[in-house]
Write a protein that binds this ligand. Structure first.
Ligand code: SAM
Length: 281
């Protein structure tokens, strides 16, 4: 970006930040704040505002959140809220919200409560009659779906598969005929096994999209038939590094264009004739 374009960009951000001054950020509310999955630029202005306004930030890993906050130049007290203490932390948060504070909840990356802690805290806070406000932002699953080219009118988010072979195969077998695009999260040390299991269970011609290191320097989005996915993963050690979202095309991919056209024609016919006439071959 040349310097005048950069100055205009900074002016736009400043103006947008000014607009946020007009918005209300109620107190006595828990703010569930999405944070970047790798690229700091994905932090939203609302997230910045709420993290700056809140009295404390409940987070999965205080060390990771401190690093993020340092990069954002925000200094706030942190409350450790991991999967083993969510209920106790929820009680503390409820007391603070009842005293009129704003508390933010973040996870290590992406949207809290999506394959991450947070749901129990949100549930307890809302059951206590207190407000929970989403500060929407990135989630790896949605980022991957958006660039997959797969029809995602319906998608089934599975997240992490079990580590044990038998349980993993049972779950994959139960999903074999799903008419929804399947969304998996996978860790680098398990990507080979996961793709192998998928290849054994699903139709080899189904399309797979592997989103690796999304929003980061070495981002890759690889699309291929499932029959070729194991080879791609094995073909380069880098293809087994980093963070992964694996998407599998819906079973017997529904021809949505054809379906929509059939519905359109049926609507026209129904204006002119009875249901039985319209449906007649
Ligand atoms: N709450 C997060 C979200 O909203 O996406 C997900 C947290 S889950 C513990 C972490 C997993 O998300 C990773 O193991 C990986 O499967 C996926 N993930 C996170 N960041 C990613 C990225 N930059 N690229 C690809 N996958 C990512």
């Amino acid at each position: 970006m040349d310097s005048s374009a950069n100055a205009a960009f900074i002016a736009r951000i400043t103006a947008l930040a000014g607009e946020l001054e007009q918005q209300s950020f109620p107190d006595s509310a828990l703010y569930v704040v999405a944070t970047p999955i790798g690229n700091l630029g994905d932090i939203s202005l609302r997230a910045l505002k709420v993290l700056s306004l809140c009295a404390a930030i409940a987070c999965e890993d205080t060390r990771k959140t401190r690093q993020l906050l340092a990069r954002l130049n925000i200094d706030k007290p942190l409350l450790a809220a991991h999967q083993h203490n969510e209920r106790e932390v929820a009680d503390k948060i409820i007391r603070r919200l009842q005293a009129g504070e704003r508390i933010a909840l973040v996870s290590d990356a992406g949207t809290p409560a999506i394959s991450d802690p947070g749901a129990r805290i949100v549930d307890a806070v809302s059951r206590a009659g207190l407000r929970v406000i989403p500060i929407a932002g990135v989630s790896a699953a949605v980022a991957a779906l958006s660039v997959s080219g797969l029809i995602a009118d319906q998608f089934h988010f599975i997240g992490f598969l079990p580590t044990r072979d038998k349980q993993r195969e049972t779950i994959l077998s139960s999903l074999k005929d799903s008419a929804a695009t399947l969304v998996f999260y996978e860790a680098p040390h398990r990507i080979v096994e996961a793709i192998d299991a998928m290849t054994r269970i699903f139709e080899p011609s189904r399309r797979v999209v592997i989103g690796r290191e999304l929003s980061k320097v070495f981002e890759q989005i690889h699309r291929c038939p499932l029959s070729e996915a194991a080879h791609w993963v094995a073909s380069d050690p880098n293809h087994q590094r980093g963070e992964f979202v694996v998407l599998i095309e819906a079973a017997a991919a529904i021809d949505n264009d054809g379906l929509n056209e059939a519905i359109r024609v049926l609507d026209i016919l129904l204006e002119e004739c009875s249901v039985s006439q319209a449906a007649a071959p």
